[in-house]
Design a protein around this ligand. Structure first.
Ligand code: KG4
Ligand code: ZN
Length: 421
């Protein structure tokens, strides 16, 4: 254990409020929120070990990220055992680095926020174990965090967006449309029926062997596809169908698009007699056409979400805002497509800065701050049963969206490419 923990190596007595008999743990007194409150955030839900210190004003005092992306690219996807081992190796270093940047000791921190759901079980366990350790040794109150809720609220660290707002969460594990009513209340309008967009972008990048091109070799699949798409010359040669065109809801499906992509790729590989590590010459065109297909699907569902929210009065007509977050929100073409449809309907689209769209410790610390400000309760220990690899987000109104049966005209984005790229 390094200096940050050792220096004040004494144990304070928790100011205990009550004992939760069902979960056999203490609910301890939450620190009183002030602009000087500091929260340490710990994120280990997938393949990034992210730790950060954020204060009550949303100032990022320290931010450390140990990304495992370059390693998992070699395995062709996130390898849970490797992810677990790397989290174990890096968690303490990452916390130390965040504290060092903040020029604080662990004893100065008011609370520890940690991701408890959803994510890879053995990855989540590493973060929670370390948070429990800090709580036990340094009497730190704990705030359990829902990873997707944290993605949905991150934007408020840099921009004052009032509740309620519509949110589109697109990442390697999720595709969600919802409404953020307040810090702890969400409405689920739609979710993916199969894969997530980031997952599909990672798979197609891998299948296309983009990592064999040196400039893409260390990039996340989605980023590689975005960069490759910039050099497209003839996207017309690849046509993709619109997913779930006939389903009048806000759910998503990306597996059909992925199958269609692979069929087109195989056809071209045969045509050019590509073997082994070779890459089809039209890879930029295929990437661009695929990126457009993903964006058109996201735009189509988002437009229906806006119409539904207006019909059901779920949003304030004077504050029409939509937030896009999660790793895929880094994609400029996809974000600008959502911005385009939002503007058309009188909405402003926002996203966090790129480094806060992908997984990070800041979003967890910030969610901790927002929860404290909102008067949440805190824990002295997080139990194993609190860690949930699969966890729903908010109140599910998917069937009401279906019942509303709202028709949405398809927005084709190909013609807008130069404007959106
Ligand atoms: O939110 P995130 O960091 O982790 C999860 O919670 O899943 O998202 C990671 C995903 C990866 O699938 C990655 O390929 C994708 O975000 N991604 C992108 C871009 N940058 C990262 N997808 C499209 N365009 C990008 N520029
Ligand atoms: Zn994420």
């Amino acid at each position: 254990m390094t200096v940050a923990y050792k220096r004040f190596g004494f144990v304070r007595i928790l100011s205990i409020k009550n004992v939760c008999r069902t979960h056999k743990r203490f609910h301890c007194k939450a620190p009183i929120y002030s602009p000087n409150t500091t929260v340490l955030g710990i994120e280990t839900s997938c393949d990034d070990t992210g730790c950060a210190v954020v204060n009550g004003m949303g100032k990022i005092l320290g931010d450390s990220l140990f990304s495992q992306n370059a390693i998992h690219v070699r395995y062709g996807g996130v390898n849970p055992v490797v992810a677990h081992e790397l989290h174990r190796q890096n968690i303490e270093l990452s916390v130390d680095e965040a504290l060092k940047q903040a020029n604080l000791q662990i004893t100065d921190i008011d609370a520890v926020a940690v991701t408890t759901k959803p994510g890879l079980l053995i990855s989540l366990q590493v973060g929670v174990k370390f948070a429990n350790y800090l709580a036990r040794i340094y009497n730190k109150p704990l705030i359990p965090i829902h990873h997707m809720e944290a993605h949905a609220l991150t934007v408020r660290i840099t921009q004052e967006i009032p509740f309620p707002y519509i949110v589109l969460l697109i990442s390697g594990g999720h595709s969600i449309l919802g409404v953020v009513t307040d810090v702890s209340n969400f409405i689920l309008l739609g979710e993916t029926l199969d894969n997530a967009p980031g997952e599909v972008l990672d798979k197609v990048a891998r299948r296309m062997k983009l990592k064999n091109i040196p400039e893409f070799s260390k990039l996340a699949g989605g980023r590689a596809v975005e960069l490759a798409a910039k050099n497209a010359q003839n996207i017309e040669q690849f046509k993709f169908p619109l997913s779930l065109a006939k389903n009048r809801d806000c759910n998503f499906s990306f597996s059909g698009l992925q199958d269609s992509f692979v069929r087109k790729l195989v056809q071209k590989e045969i045509e050019h007699e590509i073997v082994g590590d070779g890459i089809i010459p039209e890879f930029s065109d295929l990437c661009a056409a695929f990126q457009i297909a993903i964006a058109e699907h996201l735009v189509h569902r988002t437009e229906r979400a806006i119409l539904f929210c207006e019909k059901m009065n779920l949003v304030d007509r004077n504050k029409r805002n939509i937030v896009v977050s999660g790793g895929v929100a880094c994609n400029n073409f996809i974000f600008k497509s959502i911005e385009f449809i939002s503007k058309k309907l009188g909405y402003s689209a926002y996203r966090p800065p790129s480094n806060l769209c992908t997984d990070n410790g800041v979003m967890i610390a910030w969610n901790g701050i927002e929860k404290l400000k909102d008067g949440c309760s805190v824990l002295s220990k997080i139990n194993p049963e609190d860690i949930e690899p699969k966890a729903h987000v908010g109140k599910n109104v998917i069937s009401q969206v279906k019942d509303a049966n709202l028709q949405v005209k398809v927005t084709r984005l190909k013609t807008l490419c130069t404007y959106l790229m």
